[in-house]
Design a protein around this ligand. Structure first.
Ligand code: BDR
Ligand code: CA
Length: 325
């Protein structure tokens, strides 16, 4: 099976952890590095969550982990702890400082993509601060990236932080707009509405079926996802949401993209009311498209991928406190 060289740029909590696990267990993925960016939970907590995730798969120290931008470009950081708690369901790990690269995430993104121009793809599933900074630091970055898969925004639909805005675009809308304008030649945007909430949300019954497997990875998955599932149910979303991991799946297995459109996507950076809103213009408006936007994903096929991932056996690299057998 041909492997896709990828970097995951993320704000490690809940489904970001699932995305890393999918990349570590899916034979179609060749995970070159993980980069972190300010987003879901306090930055240092994200680093611990990333180390736990690598550890549960037995891969701590084997995949480079680079720390990136610690705040959005122009606006104060906004957390999603109300949604995700600490992002790992109270698990903890003693940090391994040797498993953190000294190279900044932005430099790693630029370097790794420059080493094999046009070969390495990026899965950006947090606020786009690192990606935008790489764009402004080295314009060659844009051409060197093979494909850029983003989780962010909604297709002229509902937000989740505000009525208008989805979290990743809301937290750093200026970075998002830099990325929209950058000229990436193969950019894909997986949205919150409609795609995540319709195609990548699994009811509690199905979630329990998923997590009934007894592997360290399945126990870890249940810990990191439980808090978000309960939050979702409290706000009328019927299930466990997997926006980030289905974004990676769309890159690795494009056959799960059942429908998609080409859009000119722009992100609002002006109005407090609609800050972070993604306006997606279709061909009627005569604008040149900058992104592929999936409009329907195969949620059943993705569910099977999660099932397979959860059955993978592993020996954790170091103890994860709270992850009892
Ligand atoms: C996005 O926000 C984060 O909380 C999730 O990890 C996902 O990337 C969904 O709006
Ligand atoms: Ca994320």
């Amino acid at each position: 099976m041909p492997k896709h060289p990828i970097i995951i740029d993320n704000d490690t909590a809940q489904d970001d952890c699932v995305t890393i696990l999918l990349a570590l267990t899916d034979p179609a993925a060749d995970l070159r590095a993980i980069t972190t960016v300010a987003g879901n939970v306090p930055f240092d907590r994200q680093v611990a969550n990333a180390q736990m995730t690598l550890s549960v798969a037995g891969q701590l120290g084997k995949v480079p982990l680079h720390l990136g931008c610690r705040q959005p470009m122009m606006r104060p950081w906004v957390s999603a702890e109300d949604v995700h708690g600490d992002g790992s369901g109270g698990l903890d790990i003693e940090l391994d400082p040797d498993a953190i690269s000294e190279e900044h995430a932005v430099d790693a993104l630029i370097r790794i993509t420059a080493e094999q121009p046009g070969e390495v793809s990026i899965v950006a599933i947090g606020p786009l601060t690192n990606i935008a900074t790489a764009v402004v630091k080295d314009r060659r970055f844009v051409d060197n990236v093979k494909s850029l898969y983003i989780m962010g925004g909604s297709n002229n639909g509902r937000g989740n932080v505000t009525a208008a805005a989805e979290f990743n675009f809301y937290v750093d809308p200026h970075a998002a707009q830099i990325v929209m304008d950058a000229g990436f030649h193969d950019m894909h945007i997986v949205t919150w509405d409609p795609v995540t909430i319709r195609d990548a949300t699994y009811s509690r019954a199905r979630y329990e079926e998923l997590t009934s497997v007894d592997t360290p990875i399945a126990r870890f998955f249940a810990k990191v996802c439980d808090t978000t599932l309960s939050f979702n149910e409290s706000v009328g979303i019927d299930g466990s949401t997997h926006p980030d991991s289905i974004t990676l799946a769309a890159l690795l297995h494009p056959e799960i993209v059942l429908e998609e459109g080409r859009y000119r996507v722009d992100v609002d950076t002006q109005s407090e009311l609609t800050m972070g809103y993604s306006a997606m213009a279709w061909d009627k408006f005569g604008t040149e498209a900058n992104a592929h936007v999936p409009e329907r994903l195969d949620g059943e096929a993705f569910y099977s991928m999660l099932e397979q991932m959860l059955q993978t056996q592993s020996t954790p690299s170091r103890p994860i406190h709270g992850l009892d057998a």
